[in-house]
Design a protein. Structure first.
Length: 359
């Protein structure tokens, strides 16, 4: 097989490997937030993302250390890999959308947004959304490690910025997988369908575009000053505290409404007697402080690279702005429709959408 072809099929092979590991490795079996429309019961999920990541990265490291593959293989094959992932993403979209019954919307809209809400297969052992996110997270991590390896192999004095960027991004991936269950309570799970947006998004955009910072700077020399590394890590972890704190506090509230979060934040709410919305702790700062957190994390990741004047890495935080600003508006409309006057009361109590005091 030619190198190009091997590179093209690498994401396909990894997809098969990750699916096989997801199926055979032990998993937590948990109830989600979304209910099955037929039974009214919460959908169930098998979650073992952290284990799948550990085994895949372990395999990659063992094969590289044993000289079977070079450490920077995914860097060498990045363009072929991207092309292969694009094709996989398109094939997946066609398969998942066209095999499902039409919803009555225009075909292009169905292809983009999907027809099925929460497809599960193999006797409920695989949930399409959670598998897509798992694949995206694992391939992103392998890409980052491979791109960082390329930098380390290319320069006698590698940049500590590359190491910091890779370490922070690894934290981001691990954080998602450690709290995989919390993701069951997010917008993608309860409000989106599986089509091009989610399928191509997880198979291509997540593992390749999120690595745009390293992709565009791994070939550059020069070490960032220590103060910039400190600022980058601070911005990243302040962002992480906002995002993880808010998501975890809401999750705690949904599963145990009276529990004091982290032993610190008593759950204060606005309520109509029937339903309640949190307005203490992270949810008192703004109505989507978690989105601010994601944007700060992305900014910290760019700063860590130590090339703040390079334009390409900035595409990553810009993407979050483009994704999350409209998403906040859409979620606001959804909540206004769902909660009615209660949502107005909540908006009056917590007036800012994302940035405290500003927006
Ligand atoms: P949220 O987690 O903020 O979820 C919004 C939903 O939470 C609302 O629809 C409502 O649903 C419920 N809710 C809103 N306000 C309250 C409140 N005060 N009290 C109780 N429930 C409330 O947003 P997302 O699901 O969009 O995002 C989840 C996380 O994923 C965020 O951190 C986001 O930044 C992150 N994310 C990360 C991405 C990445 O690539 N890294 C991409 C996209 C998102 P209901 O009441 O019906 O339960």
């Amino acid at each position: 097989m030619s190198e190009h072809l091997a590179g093209f099929f690498t994401p396909w092979i990894l997809c098969a490997l990750i699916l096989a590991l997801h199926l055979v490795l032990p998993a937590r079996n948990v109830a989600g937030y979304v209910t099955d429309p037929e039974t009214g019961e919460p959908l169930r999920y098998r979650l073992n993302g952290l284990l799948v990541l550990a085994v895949t990265v372990g395999l990659w490291a063992a094969l590289s250390a044993g000289g079977v593959i070079p450490w920077d293989l995914l860097w060498r094959w990045r363009w072929e890999g991207l092309a292969g992932a694009c094709t996989l993403g398109l094939a997946f979209t066609l398969l998942i959308v066209l095999r499902a019954p039409p919803t009555g919307k225009p075909l292009l809209a169905e292809l983009y947004l999907g027809r099925l809400d929460n497809p599960q297969g193999l006797g409920g052992r695989v949930d399409a959304k959670m598998f897509l996110y798992l694949f995206g997270a694992v391939l992103l991590e392998l890409n980052l490690l491979s791109f960082a390896a390329h930098h380390h192999l290319s320069f006698a004095t590698p940049s500590p910025g590359v190491t910091l960027h890779t370490a922070l991004f690894t934290w981001f991936v691990l954080d998602y997988l450690v709290f995989e269950r919390v993701h069951l309570y997010t917008y993608d799970l309860f409000a989106e369908r599986v089509g091009f947006k989610l399928g191509w998004g997880c198979l291509v955009f997540y593992p390749y575009f999120y690595a745009v910072g390293l992709w565009s700077t791994a070939d550059l020399s020069g070490a960032p000053p220590t103060w910039l590394l400190v600022v980058a890590a601070l911005v990243f972890f302040v962002g992480w505290s906002f995002a993880r704190g808010a998501n975890l506090q809401k999750f705690t509230f949904k599963v145990a409404p009276d529990r004091v979060f982290l032993g610190l934040f008593r759950p204060e709410t606005v309520s109509d007697g029937d339903r309640a919305l949190l307005c203490s702790g992270f949810w008192a700062i703004s109505r989507h402080v978690n989105y601010l957190g994601e944007i700060l994390m992305a900014t910290g990741l760019v700063l860590a690279l130590g090339h703040p004047l390079e334009p390409w890495p900035w595409l990553y935080p810009l993407y979050y702005l483009a994704l999350l600003l409209p998403r906040e508006r859409a979620d606001d409309r959804r909540c206004a429709a769902k909660y009615g006057p209660l949502w107005d009361a909540y908006r009056a109590r917590v007036p800012r959408r994302i940035v405290p005091g500003l927006y």
